[in-house]
Design a protein around this ligand. Sequence first.
Ligand SMILES: *Cc1c(COP(=O)(O)O)cnc(C)c1O
Length: 349
Amino acid sequence: MSSYFRPNIDAMAGYVPGEQPKPGTRIIKLNTNENPYPPSPAAMDVLRNFDGEWLRRYPNPFANEFRQAISEVLQVPMDWIMAGNGSDEILNVIVRSCAEQQRKVVYPTPTYVLYRTLAEMQPAEVVEVPYGENNRLPIDELVAANGAVTFIASPNSPSGHVVSNQELRQLASQLTGVLLIDEAYVDFADSTALPLVQEFENVMISRTLSKGYSLAGLRLGFGIANPKLLSGLFKVKDSYNIDAIACAVGAAAMRDQPYLQQCIAQVKACRAQLTVDLKQLGFQVPDSQTNFLLARPPKGNAEAIYLALKERGILVRYFKQLGLDDKLRITVGTEEQNQILIEALLHLI
Ligand SMILES: *Cc1c(COP(=O)(O)O)cnc(C)c1O
């Protein structure tokens, strides 16, 4: 036997996460779209006062306390919600439940790279359809690809644009497979596709506490869909996919909507200022409904700038791929972090 692994595992590259320097490293980290502000104080209180007795026992297999909080905040019945170990687990479970070799995974590009990784693991055939001019969703091509799972990140990464509910409705009504709308960045956007889960049996929305709620380290996300669609996914997820700490802390964070709104308002204000400052330096910066900007430096020398920033202790994201290799994806930091970035760029462009 030449390999321990299935051929598709040997053949795939594996997902490469953004660099994570050790805690305490003096670095300005604008590369993985974390929130620069701390988690909710109410959530941190729950963490500090957590009773060890709840660690001795197995956690609730459905993370009911967390689902209850989501249900109250979003006004969605609890049995329409599935909790995930990060929203990445929701995406993973939907691919494992629905896709295989002849049941394709389809998505418009450029977008979140993990969709491809998940399909390659399965393995499932992948169909990538490029976005049109001005981020026009290629609806006909996506429908023709006939995916068992079609992923749409909205707001999208790395472009930062939102796909309109009108386009999503057109797509959902024509697809026979599942449409997964990845709303990882919805907390920073002006609209949501949440109403579509009630209109279409084949639509699922995924969300995360990693971005808006400043809890990327907790690993908590959730999916919303009708119970019929969730029923298959519940069979596939790990039995105890949400640990007791994440469940309790996540519920408290979800209930602390005033704190969330305060952080979001700050991020949006900083996003507006950073956009202005980058444009002043000659960058092309399309509007973003997320907590990052996809910015093209005046000379398009994104890789050189990425490396020079890194040398100065500032991490941004650079994608060495066609259509993106002249741009940088920059997470919106605090006012002070953004200022340091702009100062550094002054000397580099
Ligand atoms: C960050 C991100 C996610 C998932 O993050 P989790 O930490 O696993 O919840 C999903 N989709 C997109 C587009 C993202 O950027």
